[in-house]
Design a protein. Structure first.
Length: 286
């Protein structure tokens, strides 16, 4: 059914951790919230909890495996059907894999989920965001001093390593953020990359090598690791603060601009990553 023009947000990776905390906060604020989750059962459990705890019935679930571009396209179509407006898109979903694996589209899976899925989803929802302006796009990033090896993004020629692959995929989000901000000038839509800081994460899932790391850290320093809710506050500052209404094309920790790795500060590299991403997602011509 068509809905009204109330503030509407879509958050990926919203069934747990940071994404769930962001969705919960936005629902508590009274927004219409769309939660994207890979697992229907876990997603429904998270949605029910947020509805119950916030008293907001307008929390909807979208199920999609972001590693699969056909699923991303179905997701965008479903969002278009169920939401007349979209004022906030938070590309939060992220993962890491201890061993190299390929997506259904033949792309290294961290790159597929962490960079190409948000690139594709954002491109497919861009007309709705522009029509709903003022609107904001917030890409959740990390802070790693790395560079993308643009002629070997799939790790065909290099020995695969989990964290460099993760870092490369998240750096793609910065390239995407900066180039998209340039293209969105004067549209009323802003885009920024938010670094939420270190927090208690389930990156890599229950069977990932990163989970072993977090288990060890929790044992040694569990009291010192912020909960996802604390990290969500920094993302929400970018997403909702009136001070950030006209800020675009920035890499932010809360409201503070931080320096991106040198490759992402190169406009030519940003354009090249955009063009490669278009080719890998079949979204050329824009």
């Amino acid at each position: 059914m068509p809905n009204d023009a109330r503030q509407t947000a879509l958050i990926t990776g919203a069934n747990s951790g940071l994404g769930k905390a962001i969705a919960h906060a936005l629902a508590a604020e009274g927004l219409r919230v769309g939660m994207v989750a890979r697992d229907a059962s876990r997603g429904e459990q998270a949605r029910a909890g947020i509805r119950r705890e916030t008293g907001n019935p307008d929390v909807e679930l979208f199920v999609a495996d972001l590693a699969d571009q056909s699923a991303v396209r179905r997701l965008a179509a479903e969002v278009g059907e169920r939401f007349d407006h979209l004022h906030l898109l938070v590309n939060n979903a992220g993962t890491a894999f201890p061993e190299r694996r390929l997506s259904p589209d033949g792309i290294e899976s961290a790159l597929a989920v962490n960079h190409l899925a948000p690139f594709l989803l954002t491109r497919l929802l861009l007309d709705k965001l522009v029509a709903s302006a003022p609107a904001r796009i917030v890409n959740v990033g990390t802070r790693m001093d790395t560079a993308m090896v643009l002629d070997d993004l799939n790790w065909d020629r290099r020995p695969y390593r989990m964290m460099p692959a993760y870092g490369q995929s998240k750096l793609g989000m910065l390239h995407f953020t900066f180039e998209l901000a340039r293209r969105l000038e004067s549209t009323g839509v802003t885009v920024n990359c938010a670094f939420p800081g270190v927090f208690n994460s389930n990156l890599g899932g229950t069977d990932g090598a990163q989970n072993v790391f977090w288990k060890l850290v929790k044992v040694l320093l569990g009291w010192a690791i912020p909960a996802p809710e604390k990290a969500a506050e920094r993302v929400l500052q970018v997403a909702r603060s009136s001070e950030m209404e006209h800020v675009s094309g920035q890499y932010l920790h809360g409201k503070k601009t931080i320096q991106a790795p040198s490759q992402a500060r190169d406009p030519d590299a940003n354009r090249r990553v955009w063009e490669i991403s278009e080719r890998l997602t079949g979204t050329g011509g824009g």
